[in-house]
Design a protein around this ligand. Structure first.
Ligand code: AMP
Length: 215
C-alpha cells in the first residue's frame, strides 16, 4: 500500500504516519525530516535549504524531487510507503507519477487531514518532540506524565523545530494554500483522493486512516 498524507502544517501528518508505519509496516518518507537531517549535517543541500525552511517557504522542486527519488529507490520502500510532506506542488506530483510509473508502482490513496487554520497555529506553536524516539508533546495539550521525561522511551532531551513559531507558521500556511492545495484537484481527477477529519481526537483520526488503509 502506497499512500500520500496531505494537509497543512500541524494537521498531524507526521504523528499519523508514524502510527501507520508501526501498524502496517509501511515506511514513512518525510521530506521535511530528510531536509532537517541535511541541514543538521551541513551538506550542500542542507546549506541551500536552511534559510528557505526558516522563512517557511518551499525548497525548490529540483532538490526535493532529487532526495525523494533516491529514497524511494531503497528496498524498504518496496514494502509500501507513506509520503509525508511530498508532493507539495503540482510539479512534484507530476514527477512522482513519473517515478512510480518507472518502478511499476501504484498510488493507492491520497488522504488529506482537514484541520482549521486557528487550530493549526495553536498546535504548531507549542509542539516539541523527544530527541531520542520522536514522541510528540505540546506545551498546552500534551505534557509528559513526569516532567522532563519522555513517556515512551524515558529520554530526557527534547527538541523544537526552528520553523515551529507563530510567525513562520503563517508563511508555511500561505505556501500550503498557494502551492500545495492545487494538487488536490490533480489527485481528485485520478480518483484516489480522500479526506479525513483531522480535528478529531488523535486516536479517532488513526481509526479513520486505518479504515482507509485497510480497505
Ligand atoms: P515539514 O516537516 O513537512 O513541515 O517541512 C518543513 C519544511 O521543509 C517546509 O516548510 C519546507 O520549507 C521544506 N519542505 C519539506 N517538504 C517539502 C517539499 N515537498 N517541497 C518543498 N519544500 C519542502
Amino acid at each position: 500500500m502506497n499512500l500520500i498524507l496531505l494537509g497543512p502544517p500541524g494537521c498531524g501528518k507526521g504523528t499519523q504516519s508514524r502510527r501507520l508505519e508501526d501498524k502496517f509496516g509501511m515506511v514513512q518518507l518525510s521530506t521535511g525530516d530528510m531536509l532537517r537531517a541535511a541541514v543538521a549535517s551541513g551538506s550542500e543541500i542542507g546549506q541551500k535549504a536552511k534559510a528557505v525552511m526558516e522563512a517557511g517557504d518551499l525548497v525548490s522542486d529540483e532538490i526535493v524531487i532529487g532526495i525523494i527519488a533516491e529514497r524511494i529507490d531503497q528496498p524498504d520502500a518496496r514494502e509500501g510507503f507513506i509520503l509525508d510532506g511530498f508532493p507539495r506542488t503540482v510539479a512534484q506530483a507530476e514527477a512522482l507519477d513519473g517515478m512510480l510509473a518507472e518502478k511499476e508502482l501504484q498510488l493507492d490513496g491520497v488522504v488529506e487531514l482537514a484541520v482549521d487554520d486557528a487550530v493549526l497555529v495553536d498546535r504548531v506553536s507549542g509542539r516539541y518532540t523527544c530527541a531520542k524516539c520522536g514522541e510528540g508533546y505540546h506545551d498546552r495539550h500534551k505534557q509528559p506524565a513526569k516532567d522532563g521525561i519522555c513517556d515512551n522511551c524515558g529520554g530526557t532531551e527534547f527538541s523544537r523545530r526552528a520553523d515551529d513559531n507563530a510567525e513562520t507558521v503563517k508563511s508555511r500556511l500561505a505556501a500550503y494554500y498557494e502551492q500545495t492545495a492545487p494538487i488536490i484537484p490533480y489527485y481528485r481527477d485520478k480518483g484516489v483522493y480522500k479526506t479525513v477529519d483531522g480535528m478529531a481526537d488523535i486516536d479517532d483520526v488513526t481509526k479513520q486512516l486505518e479504515e482507509v488503509v485497510g480497505g
